[in-house]
Write a protein that binds this ligand. Structure first.
Ligand SMILES: NC(=O)C1=CN([C@@H]2O[C@H](COP(=O)(O)OP(=O)(O)OC[C@H]3O[C@@H](n4cnc5c(N)ncnc54)[C@H](O)[C@@H]3O)[C@@H](O)[C@H]2O)C=CC1
Ligand SMILES: O=C(O)C1=N[C@H](C(=O)O)C[C@H](O)C1
Length: 255
């Protein structure tokens, strides 16, 4: 590492991007390059050595669910802070990350299912509305190159909604379906039905549809371009060094 890399140019935050040639990673590289207080010191993709990111203070990971845990372990072990947008974070995975961080209390990790500010608000509004409606279903829509279904955002929203329903003492949503073509009623996430649509032309969209007697409420968010995620990613990059431990979601950073 050169002296300049060690200190960061003009005291800026040294950032490494994993998944740098992907749709999100490439956008993050552009956003970091365009930010005066950040310096892109590593752009790593499949086939590159992770050690290429050794000069980074903060690593941003937009890779795939099957490699993200190894990447994160590498960061935590080396005292590198991490901002993670990659999906696939089950409760067990989050617990595992907390376990690693217990041995490295100086390291911060931010994992967010969605870095779009509008998407974060959409999830907050859905959690707030959940206790007032007996029915709720989630419809997420994405580009057809997405590997996972349902989306991390939809899964996270379903968990928040289910938790709010449980706290309000609401039982299962009403549904008389007896005869079902498998999949017709969507995936069941903590008792909330989630439907995943894939179509060319879409980027990332979600509706949370609530129903009760004589009325429905639809809360919808649309990302039309991946630039929509960049303010949230940069917010997390700037904040993570001051947030040791695991932060899940952007909510705490926005407040
Ligand atoms: N949290 C958020 O706001 C958002 C999250 N995502 C999630 O981010 C992830 C990536 O999405 P996209 O960029 O659309 O996918 P993508 O497929 O375009 O990019 C993934 C990149 O990771 C690279 N990669 C694979 N293994 C690697 C390894 N071991 N080391 C370094 N790079 C590796 C691939 O070669 C590829 O370039 C997905 O899980 C997606 O759901 C996407 C958009 C927003
Ligand atoms: O793969 C994507 O594109 C996106 N992935 C994240 C998810 O699974 O929720 C965030 C956003 O929906 C875009």
């Amino acid at each position: 590492m050169t002296d300049e890399q060690e200190k960061g140019r003009d005291g800026s935050i040294r950032v490494g991007v994993l998944g740098a040639r992907g749709r999100m990673g490439a956008e993050v590289c552009r956003a970091v390059d365009g930010a005066g207080d950040l310096e892109l010191v590593a752009a790593v993709d499949q086939g590159d050595e992770l050690s290429g990111a050794s000069a980074a203070e903060v690593v941003v990971d937009f890779t795939t669910p099957d490699v993200v845990m190894d990447n994160l372990r590498w960061c935590v072990d080396r005292g590198v802070h991490a901002v993670v947008g990659t999906t696939g974070f089950t409760r067990q995975r989050l617990e595992q990350v907390r376990g690693w961080l217990a041995d490295r209390p100086d390291v911060g990790v931010v994992i967010a299912p969605n870095f779009g500010i509008g998407a974060v608000l959409m999830m907050q509004f859905a959690a707030r509305a959940a206790r007032h409606f007996e029915s709720v279903e989630i419809i997420e829509q994405h580009h057809p190159r997405k590997l996972d279904a349902p989306s991390g955002t939809a899964t996270h929203t379903a968990r928040l909604v289910a938790q709010a329903r449980a706290e309000a003492g609401l039982g299962p949503t009403p549904d008389a379906t007896k005869d079902e073509v498998p999949g017709a009623r969507g995936a069941d996430i903590d008792g909330v039905r989630v439907h995943a649509v894939r179509a060319t032309g879409l980027v990332a969209h979600q509706e949370v549809l609530f129903g009760t007697l004589g009325e429905t409420l639809t809360i919808r968010h649309d990302s039309y371009d991946r630039v929509s995620f960049m303010p949230g990613v940069l917010l997390a990059v700037r904040a993570v060094r001051q947030r040791p431990g695991l932060t899940v979601g952007l909510d705490a950073l926005l407040d």
